[in-house]
Design a protein around this ligand. Structure first.
Ligand SMILES: NC(=O)c1ccc[n+]([C@@H]2O[C@H](COP(=O)([O-])OP(=O)(O)OC[C@H]3O[C@@H](n4cnc5c(N)ncnc54)[C@H](OP(=O)(O)O)[C@@H]3O)[C@@H](O)[C@H]2O)c1
Length: 270
């Protein structure tokens, strides 16, 4: 019979990449609240320490760990360090991702391609591979990839990012298929617009009033008429990380205020 205790993450250990701010921080706090010990990783130690302090503030356990996931050697070092610290990895959240510059299909250059693909695709693939080898020995684990609604439909000006996120959806399915016999479940969460530094970078070169107007216009495009908050992603992450999702693999949960449904702007016009 179903019991709410199946959502508990007590005794589990997790890595949340890009856990220092934005969606990753929201997810890290959620997993820690559910009882997991959480290693939060990103490139800047100050931000990581602040997130870890927040987790410790409510009695959770956190381990801040600096690593650049666009670099292969740092992926392996990160996994090794977490194993030294926790002794096992039950949950991996591949959240670190970037969309460093806008570029249409005709003007995105090789450098932009490599920066985005190194982190969003190669980083997710090889972090999953390294952690899956640990999970294979443990005979179990949960991998959660943060994809995007942009991986379902292209958006003008963010072509390379959209292509990378479509790839994250396929990484999810490919790993889910091959790892199912080892009791490793692999799923994705596809957020729509969520209020973070990455989202705000869309308008960073505009005057504040214009940036505010454009952000509201983006909100109006979602049927729910607003941009989401990072902690609105945490519930799905806790579900996918917990025993409650024991028969769920190779799928994705879209959390986007209905934006993939379309018609938002029509609903919110005066
Ligand atoms: N916000 C949205 O609307 C939205 C929508 C759909 C999907 N997403 C996805 O959600 C994920 C998180 O995005 P966000 O909006 O929360 O972005 P964010 O606020 O910019 O946070 C990104 C996180 O990733 C870390 N990071 C960036 N580059 C890294 C690298 N090379 N190595 C390790 N860590 C790195 C950042 O810390 P450092 O800079 O210190 O390394 C930070 O912790 C991304 O995969 C993004 O594509 C976001």
């Amino acid at each position: 019979m179903f019991d709410l205790s199946r959502f508990s993450l007590k005794g589990k250990t997790a890595i949340v990449t890009g856990g220092s701010r934005g969606i990753g921080k929201g997810v890290a706090l959620g997993l820690a609240k559910a009882g997991a010990k959480v290693a939060v990783t990103s490139r800047k130690m100050n931000d990581l320490e602040a997130t870890a302090a927040e987790i410790k503030g409510f009695g959770g356990e956190a381990f801040p760990l600096q690593s650049h996931l666009g670099k292969m050697e740092e992926i392996n070092r990160m996994v090794g360090t977490v194993m030294d610290k926790f002794g096992r990895i039950d949950i991996l959240v591949n959240n670190a991702g970037a969309s460093p510059a806008m570029g249409g299909v005709l003007d995105s250059d090789e450098r932009l391609w490599e920066t985005i693909m190194n982190l969003n695709l190669r980083g997710v693939y090889f972090t999953s591979q390294a952690v899956a080898k640990v999970m294979q020995k443990q005979r179990g684990g949960k991998i959660i990839n943060i994809a995007s609604v942009d991986g379902f439909k292209p958006e003008p000006g963010v072509s390379v990012y959209s292509i990378s996120k479509a790839g994250v959806r396929m990484i999810t399915k490919a790993f889910a298929l091959e790892l199912a016999p080892f009791n490793i479940q692999v799923n994705a969460i596809a957020p729509g617009p969520i209020s973070t530094k990455m989202l705000d970078s869309h308008w960073f070169n505009l005057p504040p009033e214009e940036a505010k107007k454009q952000k509201q216009a983006m909100a109006n495009f979602t049927p729910m008429g607003r941009i989401g908050e990072p902690d609105e992603i945490a519930g799905a992450a806790v579900y996918l990380a917990s025993d409650a999702s024991s028969y769920t693999t190779g799928t994705e949960i879209v959390i986007d205020g209905g934006s993939l449904l379309g018609l938002g702007l029509v609903l919110h016009q005066e």
